[in-house]
Design a binder for this molecule. Structure first.
Ligand code: SF4
Ligand code: F3S
Ligand code: FES
Length: 248
């Protein structure tokens, strides 16, 4: 069944903009991205939207729907009342390029600061082995589609532009955790995570976990274990002694 949807969309660029109201015909079962595409096709040919797969897998169509960070292609219109106005705005944490498209290069800079995996020596037969439990632990973190909704919602950078320099954000805390938990990786990332990546600035609000479209338990399975690892290292008496005499 078709009906008229009231849409309020932020239009503008890096110099400023405002919310504009539209009415667009939609059908039951469609998603917010469908409504925006129809708007673009029928009324606003220059509306800028980033999208790719329309299947919740590329992480491109991130925006804020009624103030909540969401993938537009996975947000069903049936989640709202038909007479409700749906407001779509760009992710607030990143600079706007145009309309709903933001510049997410902050995240690429943070990715480059993370040391890559360096594996230890092979076994005598030339193979590398790890326990199945270790394989599975990292699997959850590799589901990340880099939508950056967790980065967008995290108050440490959402409300404080100055923190961006010192805070990698939840998407990269799961990467730090994945690599630090890898039994064959030789780097110790705990100091880097705590100091350069700002793990200590996270006060475990769990907002990142709530918005993750992949259902990754960012806080419970990555951030909290990473914080515990950092504390273990800091208060391990052998590490303390080693630091004092400069051998660890
Ligand atoms: Fe998106 Fe989840 Fe990855 Fe964050 S952890 S970038 S919310 S998929
Ligand atoms: Fe931010 Fe997630 Fe921590 S939202 S404060 S990184 S728990
Ligand atoms: Fe790919 Fe929405 S278009 S996740």
């Amino acid at each position: 069944m078709a009906y008229d949807l009231k849409l309020r969309v932020w239009r503008g660029d890096r110099d400023g903009g405002d919310l504009q109201d539209y009415t667009v015909e939609v059908s039951e079962g469609e998603v917010v991205l469908d409504a925006l595409h129809r708007l673009q096709a029928t009324q606003t040919g220059d509306l800028a939207i980033r999208w790719n797969c329309k299947a919740g897998k590329c992480g491109s169509c991130s925006a804020e729907v009624n103030g909540r960070p969401r993938l537009m292609c996975m947000t069903r219109l049936s989640d709202f009342e038909p007479e409700e106005t749906i407001t779509v705005t760009p992710m607030r944490t990143f600079p706007v390029i145009r309309d709903l498209v933001t510049d997410v290069s902050f995240n690429y800079r943070k990715a480059r600061e993370l040391p890559y995996a360096e594996l230890g020596p092979r076994d005598a037969d030339g193979k590398r082995r790890m326990m199945q439990v270790d394989v599975e632990r990292g699997q959850e973190f590799r589901k990340c589609i880099e939508c950056f909704l967790c980065q967008d919602v995290c108050h440490v950078v959402r409300d404080h532009e100055d923190n961006k320099q010192h805070f990698a954000g939840p998407r990269f805390f799961i990467r730090y955790a994945e690599l630090d938990m890898h039994p064959l990786d030789t780097h110790d990332r705990r100091k880097l995570a705590q100091e350069a990546a700002g793990l200590g600035m996270c006060n475990i609000t769990k907002c990142c976990t709530e918005v993750c479209p992949e259902g990754i338990h960012i806080t419970d399975n990555a951030i909290i274990p990473m914080k515990e690892r950092v504390v273990d290292r800091k208060y391990d008496p052998l590490v303390w002694l080693g630091n004092k005499i400069g051998i660890r």
